[in-house]
Write a protein that binds this ligand. Structure first.
Ligand SMILES: NC(=O)c1ccc[n+]([C@@H]2O[C@H](COP(=O)([O-])OP(=O)(O)OC[C@H]3O[C@@H](n4cnc5c(N)ncnc54)[C@H](OP(=O)(O)O)[C@@H]3O)[C@@H](O)[C@H]2O)c1
Ligand SMILES: *[C@@H]1O[C@H](CO)[C@@H](O)[C@H](O)[C@H]1NC(C)=O
Length: 376
């Protein structure tokens, strides 16, 4: 039986779903000769860790209790005393993970899984890699820091996986990796990588005003609590940077031209979410409506995409042929078109749901299973 020790950082929608998947896949993994052994779980304030990291683990009962408490909104420390476990506060937690990584990195190996939405995990992840451990991320921030940080994190390509950072469970990173590994040169990547913006742009195409569509998307739970977090394009820019770096370009987030769908004077510091939705957003309806109609006259549609070509990365609205995969897109699916020497005329296309706790956590789990050969 191959045993993979794991520390899970982040116990929100994705982290909890991952713990549930791990528990529910016990029988399946055991048939494959695989045992995922969760030795520690962290949230933003504390860490729960098994006393004997070499031999013991947080059992399924404890993992389930963690999910229940965290769903209630409590901190991990609210779990109280658990047999053979200790709780550390935030300051100690980081040191604990680094210690565990040092101890297990040299012996059984360890995977540190980042399901946080924080940039603070970066140092810890770099240390884990330095100690010989593996890292699996759903969190984009550590991979979109400076190029120096990126190079440290990815210094041992076999020990890091981050499929879920782009398109959740969709095999986008895997596909780009395979194309690059085969020596096929990538000419262009075009991606609709925000479910929210994909939905919004395909709805405005039918003639509806932007403001109405965004308010509806918020009501349906498709957007962040403040929809400007989606409309700014920053999240898409991070995904684009991850893809561009994977292709081999040494660029930073600052090098990416990002078109925000709202102007500076409607930024969160100036207008509240409510003011933005009711007073700000309607002022943008005419402009977007006009651009949608102009695109339509050229047999095109307007889509919010990342465009990676000739060492340049741009994120924003583009006219694309109605007949292309991204042009045909409806709803909140993600779509990526990869053009390369082998896929020059008809691109390699990957499409499907690009968000959701379940799909994202499934992608993280598949990454964990994918690195099993590094464990005894
Ligand atoms: N949900 C999706 O569809 C999706 C898709 C692709 C990628 N992702 C990425 O997956 C990650 C997790 O998403 P989510 O929706 O699960 O977020 P979330 O619900 O906000 O959960 C974040 C978790 O991280 C914890 N945390 C924050 N800072 C931390 C730190 N410094 N150290 C340890 N833990 C920390 C939080 O602790 P508390 O519980 O104490 O607040 C919380 O448990 C994000 O990076 C997101 O971008 C999500
Ligand atoms: C993901 O989990 C969070 C936190 O539990 C929840 O609020 C959200 O609705 C979930 N998202 C989906 C798409 O299920």
């Amino acid at each position: 039986m191959k045993r993979i020790p794991i520390v899970v950082a982040g116990c929100g929608g994705v982290g909890r779903q991952l713990l549930e998947h791990i528990v529910n896949c016990r029988a399946l993994h055991s048939k494959q000769g695989l045992a995922l052994r969760v030795v520690g779980v962290c949230d933003s304030q504390s860490m729960l860790v098994t006393n004997d990291i070499f031999a013991d683990e947080l059992n399924d009962d404890v993992l389930t209790r963690i999910c229940v408490e965290k769903t209630r909104g409590s901190s991990l420390s609210a779990l109280g005393d658990i047999d053979d476990c200790q709780v550390f506060d935030y300051k100690e937690a980081t040191m604990q993970v680094i210690d565990i990584a040092g101890l297990l990195g040299r012996s059984t190996g360890l995977v540190v899984v980042d399901c946080t939405a924080s940039s603070e995990t970066l140092e810890l992840l770099k240390q884990a890699i330095d100690s010989g451990c593996c890292v699996v991320l759903a969190n984009k921030k550590p991979l979109t820091s400076t190029i120096e940080d990126y190079e440290k994190l990815t210094a041992h390509v076999r020990r890091i996986r981050y499929e879920s950072t782009v398109g959740a469970g969709l095999p986008i990173i895997a596909s780009v990796t395979r194309v690059v590994a085969s020596g096929d040169s990538i000419l262009r990547i075009v991606g609709s990588l925000s479910g929210t913006l994909g939905y919004v742009m395909s709805e405005v195409e039918t003639g509806r005003p932007l403001s109405e569509v965004v308010r509806e998307a918020k009501r349906l739970g498709y957007t962040e609590p403040d929809p400007r977090d989606d409309l700014s394009g920053t999240d898409v820019a991070r995904k684009a940077l991850i893809l561009a770096r994977l292709v081999g370009w040494k660029i930073n987030l600052d090098d990416i031209k990002v078109e925000s769908l709202y102007p500076e004077d409607m930024a969160p510091g100036t207008l509240s979410t409510e003011e933005f939705l009711s007073n700000g957003l309607p002022l943008l309806d005419n402009d977007i409506g006009g651009r949608v109609r102009a695109a339509s006259l050229n047999d095109n549609v307007l889509r919010y995409v990342c465009f990676i070509e000739n060492s340049r990365v741009e994120v924003g609205l583009r006219e694309l042929p109605k007949s292309s995969s991204i042009g045909r897109l409806r709803g909140s699916d993600n779509v990526v078109e990869i053009y390369s020497r082998c896929y020059r005329e008809t691109p390699l296309v990957i499409q499907g749901a690009g968000a959701g706790n379940d799909t994202t956590a499934a992608g993280v789990l598949a990454d964990l299973v994918d690195i099993q050969d590094l464990f005894k």
